[in-house]
Design a protein around this ligand. Sequence first.
Ligand code: B16
Ligand code: MG
Length: 216
Amino acid sequence: MKIKGCIFDLDGVIVDTAKYHYLAWKELAEKLGFNFSEKDNEKLKGVSRMHSLDILLETGKKDFDKKTKLKFAENKNKKYLEYILKMTPEEILPGVIDFLEDLQNKNIKIALGSASKNAMTILNRLKLKNYFEIVIDGTKVSKAKPDPEVFLKAAEELKVKPGECIVFEDAEAGIEAAINGKFKCVGIGSPKTLSKADYVISNFKNITFDDIIKQL
Ligand code: B16
Ligand code: MG
């Protein structure tokens, strides 16, 4: 089937915001008296903000009522935004802009499908907003990945069928979401962890749309 659209996850695909999420979560963990390692942080990739907090609290064997948890998440986000607002377009991951331009030249529709409620702020900081015809982010979905809602909404708004779309994802939950929605799926990262994807690349450096198509 002909591919007519591409849907990109944000963190880990377009830019590495995981390092800023990590710094902000780590600060909360330290305030609560436990250590949160970079390895622990891997479990938060692609996961929604409140679910990330639950995983973090589980790591530290802590439990709090809902109101306190909302306050923690709000404070973490304030800290995260401080980092995000200092980001520059130099932080866009290698090859991403060339790949987006290749898609534009080939009239392939482009959407963002991210769990982040800060996706618009990040796209604007990176001066990338104009590449994306459609942006579906954490403010527009009610079900988190591996539910396919975020990608299904993106495909619907792009007016393409899931089978005509490639999802680019770095997180296992995101790959599962793409599979659940019956999309073609390309993993960004290690073939070991992303073995369920149709094809895996380490990044977009020197990769063209035709290179991807040949592998699907
Ligand atoms: P926010 P993605 C995800 O982005 C991150 O990978 C994940 O670590 C984060 O918890 C989630 O966004 C929510 O982010 O707190 O900004 O709403 O990979 O789906 O682009
Ligand atoms: Mg991601």
